[in-house]
Design a protein around this ligand. Structure first.
Ligand code: HEC
Ligand code: HEC
Length: 328
């Protein structure tokens, strides 16, 4: 009897200490900024600025950086990202113009490349931003060349968005699933430009980030092996549309009943992606933006690649109705 009591007391003590520790950790997470790391050793790279690189960088920026960093005047001064769910707090992107004080004018090419690959700033702090771990070295260099160019959006500006206010949930994520990427040890070459499927895979995963939104959950991606991501291209990831209503990404595998197998010819697919309007005239909702900066050949390559992706039966229309009902 006595022994049992003793054991129970011990368990009680153990539980109490455990709860205290967990409680203490939660308080710590709540009261401090998101997790940070040791300042990284950044590579010593100098990017040569050529007109070809600037143009390529600009095209990539239209698919990526401008969407999140451009203000109403099309300058990269940063802004509130409204479509990030409120449970993560208030997230603002930053000024990434060439301004030396408010922008990134003082970052080295190596620091920028390291940041884009891993999400780690030179001081070891992290950001809630996509990581470009799969982008070819040449394309990353093109982005840097564009950031250093004389183009309007990147010209120095002192305007600044307020700092992000991350919620407890967001901070907890920084301690759990949202880890910085690892800096690639090997060079990452561009895919063979004569291999349409390889090009489509590259564009839809590494550059235009279609897979990031069109898989089951944009918070749970396999950044190293996109194909291993849950629900790869089967859609269902939840966003907010222009009016703040929940919207699920579409199933764009070639499944014939719930995907796009019978919905789009290649020509229709190209037109839809570039204009944001479906063949039946309906307009695609935010955050599915038109992509006029992509070439027909690039969108066609994505179409050819999607044909090769395992088909998933996932009825998004049904799930969309369910999630709207749940909101009410
Ligand atoms: C999905 C939105 C999104 C996209 C796309 C995006 N960013 Fe960001 N970026 C952010 C957010 C949000 C932050 C800052 C978050 C914070 O302060 O915690 C940020 C921060 C940064 C920073 C750090 C700036 C600083 O002063 O600390 C740099 C540099 C940057 N982004 C460059 C880029 C470039 C270059 C691209 C395009 C290749 C890009 N970003 C694409 C959302 C985005
Ligand atoms: C920021 C997230 C996001 C990104 C990035 C994104 N999409 Fe979408 N996409 C969506 C959402 C959400 C919808 C649903 C829009 C709607 O229902 O109006 C959608 C719809 C579509 C549709 C319409 C499907 C149908 O059933 O009619 C196609 C096709 C599509 N996306 C292809 C792409 C391709 C190709 C890319 C990459 C170039 C891409 N998307 C990038 C979020 C995204």
């Amino acid at each position: 009897m006595k022994k049992a009591k003793k054991i129970l007391k011990r368990i009680g003590l153990g539980l109490g200490t455990g709860l205290l520790l967990i409680g203490g950790f939660c308080a710590y997470v709540a009261l401090t900024p998101p997790r940070s790391y040791d300042p990284p050793v950044t590579p010593d790279i100098h990017v040569d600025i050529t007109e070809a690189r600037i143009q390529r960088g600009e095209a990539i920026a239209h698919l990526q950086c401008l969407t999140c960093h451009a203000d109403n005047h099309n300058r990269l001064t940063g802004k509130r990202l409204d479509d990030i769910p409120a449970m993560f707090g208030k997230v603002y992107s930053r000024n990434i113009t060439q301004d030396k004080e408010k922008g990134i004018g003082n970052w080295t090419d190596g620091q920028l490349i390291y940041f884009l690959r891993t999400g780690l700033r030179p001081d070891g702090t992290t950001v809630f931003m996509p990581q470009y771990g799969l982008m070819a070295d040449e394309d990353i260099k093109s982005v840097i060349a564009w950031l250093r160019s004389d183009r309007f959006p990147v010209q120095p500006s002192q305007t600044e968005a307020p700092p992000s206010e991350y919620s407890f949930v967001a901070k907890m994520l920084s301690w759990t699933i949202m880890k910085p990427g690892t800096y690639p040890e090997q060079p990452i070459p561009l895919p063979d430009s004569t291999n349409t499927v390889a090009m489509g895979r590259y564009l839809s995963t590494a550059v235009a980030d279609c897979y990031g939104c069109h898989s089951a959950d944009y918070l749970d991606l396999d950044g190293k092996n996109p194909e291993r991501t849950k629900g790869y291209f089967g859609g269902g990831s939840k966003f907010a549309d222009e009016s703040g209503k929940p919207i699920l990404s579409a199933n764009i595998t070639f499944d014939e009943t719930t995907g796009i197998g019978k919905k789009y010819t290649k020509e229709q697919f190209i037109r839809t992606i570039k204009t944001g309007v479906r063949p039946d005239g309906s307009v695609l909702h935010y955050p599915m933006m038109p992509r006029p900066s992509m070439t027909d050949a690039e969108v066609a390559a994505i179409y050819e690649y999607l044909k090769t992706v395992p088909r998933l039966n996932n009825n998004i229309a049904q799930k969309q109705t369910d999630s709207e009902l749940a909101e009410k």
